[in-house]
Design a protein around this ligand. Structure first.
Ligand code: ADP
Length: 487
């Protein structure tokens, strides 16, 4: 195939501050290893709080200029960036595969999403920016006007590196803010430097978008410097619930508003009247896209009892056949997991569940650097796999007596990101959707859905705030009340 075995041109990644590529002030670097090939893709600047403060100062200096740019000028930057991403598609697919183990299918999903995000951001400048308000004070004109907030600090994960770094940055930029992005140590290129290359070529003014990278285990110093800096107005975080909780605690003491997109433990409900093949296809895609490393992936499947045995047999048979291996091969469905730590965690949690009485219906034996698509049933409620999010290609399937029981079990979780329902009765599906504690629910679809303009986000411990360009205005601009009268 065109991608399998394609070679990587080694490249180093530095910070991107005020439109310039700069090394860490400390002079330190770390090697960026591919989770698939193990090769060093390049060395990465190991930044710290000092580098972060420099980037924030640059973003603050660029803010008045970018906020004053006309909608037409801003639109041109985003439209050019969308074209650049599409022009570079093949090269980006290879980078995603080697840096994060992302397969060709999900790589295409990411590139398409990023281009759509930019094209929608291009229209943002023409959205209404306020309202006229009636006043009881005679002769007074009153209005509510949306203004950009200033510097937005963004922290993004590796798992959909291109999409999530884009979503963390492009919405805030489209509203006239400037951004300092901290990518994950696992994706400094596709989740950071690549966006800087694209936005710079598209003509974004220097300093409007900045990237600070860091060595593994040193994210805390960057996050702390962001929260402590007096010019940071928002922290826009996408990652796990434990990290989000820690950052929100610190943000509180600094009076910084946060947007938190956190973990999911997403249910997929299959009712007895579902079409079996349709349900199996939805479950397979929803549980195993990108090796189960998407925050909306199905983690728990509840099947109404009349269909349960047939569903489990058909699902297990399909899952056992999923092509596993080289993410550069378009035929691969299950590529490598992100690192050895993740592989060991999956194995430990599956082994624990089995020791507590769970049965393995498919998978269950690691094939480093891959973990195979794995289906378990009879997992006790107090097993780690049942309690919270385990990031990887493992899904639990349990029989339930009714749709009522499925909804009750789905809502037992403290997490509430995404959910889906497969049923022949779409009306019932819509009724049940409104009773699920989830930021998004998909009837007769799998849970991994996203579009740049939708109100994406979580409830309960899955976080707060909504992405989606119109909705992001609530998060990344402030309403100002202005009155005027004649003197
Ligand atoms: P994931 O399991 O998706 O990697 P994490 O919450 O660990 O979830 O990571 C998401 C992002 O948060 C990454 O960019 C990571 O580097 C960053 N991160 C992790 N710990 C901290 C911290 N203490 N302060 C700031 N950022 C952090």
């Amino acid at each position: 195939s065109e991608h399998a075995g394609a070679a990587w041109q080694k490249r180093d990644v530095t910070h991107f501050i005020a439109g310039a590529w700069v090394e860490a002030e400390s002079g330190r670097w770390y090697p960026n290893h591919s989770p698939w090939s193990g090769e060093v893709l390049g060395n990465v600047a190991a930044g710290d709080g000092e580098d972060t403060r420099r980037a924030i100062d640059a973003a603050q200096a660029a803010f008045p200029g970018w906020a004053a740019v006309t909608p037409a000028q801003r639109q041109r930057v985003f439209l050019r960036a969308a074209d650049i991403i599409e022009r570079r598609r093949d090269e980006i697919l290879l980078a995603l595969a080697l840096e994060t183990g992302c397969g060709i299918h999900f790589g295409r999903v990411q590139v398409d999403f990023a281009a759509a995000l930019l094209r929608q951001a291009a229209a943002q400048g023409y959205q209404p920016a306020g309202q006229l308000m009636p006043s009881d004070v005679p002769g007074t004109r009153a209005m509510a006007v949306r203004r950009p907030v200033g510097v937005v600090a963004a922290i993004a994960p590796w798992n959909s590196s291109l999409v999530l770094a884009g979503r963390a940055s492009i919405g805030p930029l489209s509203l006239g803010n400037t951004v300092v992005l901290k990518p994950s140590e696992e994706s400094p290129y596709t989740g950071g430097a690549l966006w800087a290359e694209i936005l710079q070529e598209a003509g974004l003014p220097d300093g409007a978008f900045n990237v600070v990278t860091h060595a593994p285990g040193e994210a805390g110093a960057i996050g702390d410097a962001m929260l402590a800096h007096r010019h940071v107005r928002r922290l826009n975080f996408t990652g796990s619930t434990p990290t989000g909780r820690r950052l929100a605690e610190k943000a509180g003491s600094h009076l910084k508003r946060t947007v938190l997109q956190l973990s999911g433990q997403n249910p997929l409900i299959v009712l007895a009247d579902a079409d079996l093949d349709y349900a199996v296809d939805a479950a397979t895609y929803g549980a195993f896209i990108h090796q189960g490393q998407v925050c909306m992936c199905a983690r728990r499947i509840y099947v109404e009892r009349p269909l349960a045995d047939r569903f489990m047999a058909a699902f297990a048979a399909k899952v056992a056949q999923l092509p596993t291996g080289d993410p550069r091969d378009p035929a691969t469905v299950v590529g490598p997991v992100i690192n050895e730590w993740a592989l060991a965690l999956l194995q430990r949690r599956v082994d624990e569940a089995v020791s507590m009485g769970a049965r393995v219906l498919a998978g269950g034996t690691p094939a480093p650097p891959c973990y195979p698509a794995t289906v378990l049933t009879d997992v006790p409620d107090d097993a780690e796999l049942a309690l919270g999010e385990t990031f990887g290609p493992v899904v639990l399937v349990e029989a339930v007596d009714s749709a009522e029981e499925a909804v009750a079990r789905a809502n037992e979780s403290d997490l509430g990101l995404a959910a889906s329902i497969i049923t022949g009765n779409t009306y019932l599906g819509l009724e049940l959707a409104q009773r699920l504690d989830a930021g998004s629910v998909h009837v007769n679809d799998q849970p991994v859905n996203d579009e740049p303009h939708m109100p994406f986000g979580g409830v309960k411990d899955s976080g707060w705030g909504r992405f989606g360009l119109g909705f992001a205005a609530e998060e990344f601009s402030d309403l100002q009340w202005i009155t005027s009268r004649e003197q």
